[in-house]
Design a protein around this ligand. Structure first.
Ligand code: ADP
Ligand code: MG
Length: 291
């Protein structure tokens, strides 16, 4: 009897081992959770895992702050900021789901848990698209425009995705000449970026925040023979420059009227104003086993 039991156990163990099944206890909200998934890429802000179906990926949001020339992470000073990944997961979900809802295609499918979302795998174009509404950072320095100046219209710029080269700005000429995208792609990218700009600007303005500029990544997906461009990566304070417009009318104790400036504690404050802080959300936040 005892012998049979042991043999039975061994059989199951061997069968599992042959099937390549590993027993790793799921760890809540941790990078090790579902460690048997294949890691595709690890960047500064996120880890990408193979998704449950072909053409899908799981994005895991880490706490490390992304550093960007165009829109530096505010309030994080380039260091890991506890809970930032959780908030960016929520914020990116909020913006991408909103864009999907108004017919602006994005890679976002659904959020899986506190730090992960399921997205469509795309072929990322090697240029970031930046849209500027107000001068700040790079454009202020290069062209000598005081920070905070309203631009005559949204300005679209491209930056070649190569950090070793310092992500240099490039013109449409470079993009087409080097075959990174064709003229049709560029027209589609501008249209996409401007729709994202209108949506994001409006949503931000509704909570007293000015969208100075932002940067998006664009990817190609195929539906049969039909190719289209979608918004990929993430939309969060790590790639948006946000200024606070609240409380500018009321003078402070010294009688000074505050000038608009960067939104403080930007991850928490934006999530709070938009009502997407994890504590406000009533549905389950447990890890979801999907493969
Ligand atoms: P990095 O440090 O290179 O910025 P991140 O930590 O931001 O990287 O990780 C995100 C990576 O995943 C980026 O290289 C980005 O281009 C890529 N990526 C984002 N969304 C998608 C997608 N839908 N399909 C394929 N790759 C994606
Ligand atoms: Mg990134």
């Amino acid at each position: 009897m005892a012998l049979n039991l042991a043999a039975g156990r061994r059989f199951h163990y061997d069968a599992r081992r042959r099937a390549g099944v590993q027993y790793l206890p799921p760890q809540r909200d941790s990078g090790k959770f579902m460690a048997r998934r294949k890691k595709v890429y690890e960047g500064k802000a996120k880890i990408l895992y193979e998704g449950p179906e072909p053409g899908t990926l799981i994005q895991y949001f880490k706490d490390d702050a992304a550093q960007s020339e165009q829109a530096p992470a505010q309030g994080a000073e380039g260091k890991g900021l506890e809970g930032k990944g959780v908030l960016n997961n929520r914020l990116s979900e909020f913006f991408m789901a909103g864009l999907n809802a108004i017919g602006v295609p994005t890679h976002f499918m659904r959020r899986l848990n506190m730090r992960e979302q399921l997205v469509r795998m795309a072929e990322i174009l090697p240029v970031d698209v930046v849209v500027r509404n107000f001068a700040a950072g790079d454009i202020s320095q290069r062209l000598g425009i005081p920070e905070g100046t309203a631009l005559p219209r949204p300005i679209v710029e491209y930056y070649y995705k190569d950090e070793k080269l310092g992500s240099p700005m490039v013109a449409e000429e470079h993009i087409v000449a080097f075959g990174w995208a064709n003229q049709q792609d560029l027209d589609d990218m501008v249209a996409l970026a401007l729709r994202v700009n209108d949506f994001l600007s409006g949503v931000m303005l509704g909570v007293g925040v000015r969208l100075m500029d932002f940067r998006i990544e664009v990817g190609r997906i195929w539906e049969g023979d039909y190719m289209r461009l979608i918004v990929a990566d993430e939309i969060s304070p790590d790639n948006c420059r946000l200024w606070d417009l609240r409380g500018l009318e009321t003078p402070d104790r010294e009688g000074q009227v505050r000038e608009p400036g960067p939104l403080n504690d930007v991850y928490t404050e934006l999530a709070r104003r938009l009502g997407v802080l994890p504590s406000n959300v009533t549905h389950t936040t447990k890890p979801t086993l999907i493969n």
